[in-house]
Every structure is written in structure tokens, then in C-alpha cells.
Design a protein around this ligand. Structure first.
Ligand code: IMP
Length: 427
């Protein structure tokens, strides 16, 4: 019996994790974010109403789950408070159910400013970041310059530490990038105000998780972004700045590997990517446009159109192994309903071994295996016996190629549009 489940995106993000987390959150005693920040956008459709969560765990939409933000998450205090207030306006009780680690690195206005200015200066080589200051905040954590949320909630500490950070950033912004400086006084005032508002929600997230684990409670760790955006294992440098793979659960919350019972890898039945960077199976033709249209492929955080392509079993298999995936959840299978033929990338030509970074990734040319498409719709399907034979064959071939079993299918945006072959919490 799995009491502790990790949900991870296995591609470049936007695999539809939010919906699956929401589904499983109803059976969890705690839902935990462990990396990333408000660059994530988890779209949940409940009762026809759409809610996009950026940094608050998806368990907030359940009645029972405790929602925890672990130390590995970079937190923009203003964005977090705005999200809390937005949910409160919808009548959802948040503050008493949210626990935030005071060790989370704070994202401040200077981080956002640098993220944007730096992207602009990269020109054609821009990474296509979300502009939320994620990279600079993680940089400051590693360089030990940055402030943590605990520093914001203490007026003396804030004053002591912030001045040096603002001076450093304004030097970089004005002298190196020839851009405008940030307003240090404004950042300081806002940091103090937000720190005070966040303080009552501070919690020993690590300690709470240890206690819950000992008490046999059901824990759900909610990954943001996807494994191919991992700072170490992804398509570097076109990646985000955190470990989106399973190791992030441990460093980002303080639980041990033995505290993880089940890893659910989420993947679309095809592939999408936002921002720049290598994407071997990307399509620039009518098939790609059809995927984008049928899949409504626009980013939840930035509204940017997503690039689309066929499923890449080479990359997926690697990510499944890195994460120790127990079972896969395939989302948006219905997007492929319209295709007469579906393709899976089974090998790369042009590179030896698995690509190391962007330069090797750019040389990877997909070799495809074609399979017949299926008649009929898989949209909203809840009975696995109604799956068209060709769709079943496609999934079975995937299992073979990736060497992991399919345990779930998501067949539409609504909470109940899914097929569960093996339930993560009872596996
Ligand atoms: P950053 O995380 O804002 O630094 O952006 C780095 C890269 O990660 C860019 O290519 C972004 O488009 C991508 N990225 C960040 N968050 C998400 C997400 O939630 N879904 C998909 N891509 C993301």
C-alpha cells in the first residue's frame, strides 16, 4: 500500500499534472510542493470552473488536505499572497491549511528585473524564461547571497541583508546590462509587508512530513515543470533552475528516499514545449498545428503558444529511469483521435548515446515508428474496455518501449475524465 506518492512531469512541463494531482489530492492528508516557483501553472477544472494555481499546492481545492510548500520552492511573496487572496475571494479557506517553510528563498523585484533584462540581452539565444525571477533567486541561494522568507518576517534581519542585495543587483542592472535600477525602498517595504502576512503560515514542513509519515498519513508530492527542464538532466541550458526530477523531493522537503512509495510519471500522448530549446520531434506542419488546436496548447502562466510534436520514447524512457517511475499516466490521448497515423520516436540519429546538452540535442534526429490511428473518440472515456483497439496497441507499444506500465489515462479536462488501471495510493 503506497502512502507516499510523487507526481512528476516526464517531458517539458504542461503534461496535465494539475488535474491528476487534484484527483489524488482528495485521498491525501498533505499535498507538497518541493521545487520551482510561480513559473508553474496548474490548471484545474472543477465543476466547469477553471482555477490556475501557481505556487499553492493543488490540495487547496480539497476539504481535508494540508498544503505544504517545502524549502526547495522559491517564493515570490507578493505572488503567493495574491494567490491566497484570489482563492479566498472564491470562498476557499487557505491560510489555516497552508504551511510554508521559512527556509524558502525569496524572489524579489530585483530577481525579476534581472531575469527579464538578461533574457532581452540574450537576443536570439534567449531561454524563453517565464520572467518570474526563478533563475536569479536560485542563483542567490547557491551563492548564499539571497534572503529566505524567514529574513523577510524579521525587520532587523531584513534591513541588514537587503541593502547589500539591492546594491549588487543595481550594479549589475545599470553597469553591466545598462538597464534601469530597481527601487530598493519599494522592494524593502513590500518585503516587510508580505513577510508579516506570510509569517503566520510558516511551518516546519520537514518536521510535519516526518510526523505524518510516522502516523501513516497519505502524502502527495506535486512536481512542477517537467523532467526535461531539470537543471542537471534536462536540455541544458534551456532548462529551469531547479531539480524537477525525483531528487528534488528529498532536497526540497527533507524526507528520505525510503519515504517515497510510488512515483507517477505524467506524459502527454504527444509532446509539447514552451520557450526555446531543442525538441527533436517538433512538427512545423499541419499535424503540429492540429495537435496545438485540438490540445488547446497555450501556456497557463504566460499564455504563450506551445510547440507540438510526436511522442519521444527515447527521452521519455531516460526520464522514467531517472525518476524511478512506478507507473505512467498518459494524458490527452484524445488529441490523437483525429490522426490517421500516429508516430513514436524510437531512436535518435546523429548523436551517440543520450544527448548531454543543447548542442547534442540539436543534432538528435528522430527515427519514427508508425502506428495506425483509431476510429472513434477517446474523449471523456472512463471505461478502459471502450478504448479503441488501435489506441490500446499504441499504449502497449509505449509500455514496451519505455519499460514502464501505464497505470492511468486522463481523457479530458474534467476531474472525472480518466481511467485508472492501478491506483497510485493502493499500488
Ligand atoms: P524559468 O523557469 O522561468 O527560468 O524558465 C526556464 C524554462 O522553463 C523556459 O523554457 C520556460 O518556458 C520553462 N518553464 C518554466 N516553467 C514551466 C512550466 O510550468 N511549464 C512549462 N515550461 C516551463
Amino acid at each position: 500500500m503506497s502512502r507516499s506518492v510523487v507526481i512528476l512531469g516526464s517531458q517539458w512541463g504542461d503534461e496535465g499534472k494539475g488535474k491528476i494531482v487534484d484527483l489524488l489530492a482528495h485521498e491525501a492528508d498533505a499535498v507538497v510542493r518541493f521545487q520551482g516557483g510561480h513559473n508553474a501553472g496548474h490548471t484545474l477544472v472543477v465543476g466547469g470552473e477553471k482555477t490556475v494555481l501557481h505556487v499553492i499546492p493543488s490540495g487547496v481545492l480539497t476539504k481535508r488536505a494540508r498544503n505544504l510548500i517545502g524549502n526547495g520552492v522559491v517564493v515570490a511573496p507578493r505572488a503567493l499572497i495574491d494567490e491566497v487572496r484570489g482563492l479566498e475571494e472564491k470562498g476557499i479557506e487557505v491560510r489555516s491549511r497552508l504551511g510554508i517553510s521559512p527556509a524558502c528563498p525569496a524572489i524579489l523585484g530585483c530577481h525579476e528585473a534581472l531575469d527579464r533584462v538578461r533574457e532581452r540581452s540574450r537576443g536570439k539565444k534567449a531561454i524563453g524564461t517565464t520572467g518570474r525571477g526563478i533563475g536569479p533567486a536560485y542563483e542567490d541561494k547557491a551563492s548564499r547571497l539571497g534572503l529566505r522568507l524567514a529574513d523577510l518576517a524579521d525587520a532587523d534581519r531584513l534591513e541588514q541583508k537587503l541593502g547589500g542585495v539591492i546594491d549588487y543587483y543595481n550594479f549589475l542592472l545599470t553597469r553591466y546590462y545598462e538597464a534601469d535600477p530597481v527601487d530598493g525602498a519599494r522592494i524593502a517595504d513590500e518585503a516587510a509587508e508580505m513577510g508579516a502576512e506570510l509569517r503566520p503560515m510558516f511551518a516546519d514542513v520537514t518536521g510535519e512530513l516526518h510526523e505524518m509519515r510516522r502516523a501513516g498519513k497519505a502524502l502527495l508530492f506535486e512536481g512542477a515543470q517537467g523532467s526535461l527542464l531539470d537543471i542537471d538532466h534536462g536540455t541544458y541550458p534551456f532548462v529551469t533552475s531547479s531539480n524537477t526530477t525525483v531528487g528534488g523531493v528529498m532536497t526540497g522537503t527533507g524526507v528520505g528516499p525510503g519515504d517515497i512509495d510510488y512515483v507517477l510519471g505524467i506524459t502527454k500522448a504527444y509532446t509539447t514545449r514552451v520557450g526555446s530549446g531543442p525538441f527533436p520531434t517538433e512538427l512545423h506542419d499541419a499535424d503540429g498545428r492540429m495537435m496545438a488546436e485540438r490540445g488547446v496548447e497555450f501556456g497557463a502562466t504566460t499564455g504563450r503558444p506551445r510547440r507540438c510534436g510526436w511522442l519521444d520514447a527515447v527521452a521519455l524512457k531516460r526520464m522514467v529511469r531517472i525518476n524511478g517511475v512506478t507507473g505512467l499516466c498518459i494524458t490527452k490521448l484524445d488529441v490523437l483521435d483525429a490522426f490517421e497515423r500516429v508516430r513514436i520516436c524510437v531512436e535518435y540519429d546523429g548523436v551517440e548515446g543520450f544527448p548531454v546538452g543543447a548542442e547534442e540535442w540539436e543534432r538528435a534526429t528522430p527515427i519514427y515508428e508508425d502506428m495506425p490511428g483509431w476510429d472513434g473518440s477517446t474523449q471523456g472515456l472512463t471505461d478502459q474496455n471502450k478504448l479503441p483497439a488501435e489506441a490500446r496497441a499504441y499504449l502497449e507499444r509505449l509500455e514496451e518501449l519505455i519499460e514502464a506500465p501505464v497505470h492511468m489515462l486522463s481523457t479530458g479536462p474534467e476531474r472525472d475524465a480518466h481511467v485508472i488501471l492501478q491506483h497510485p495510493f493502493s499500488g
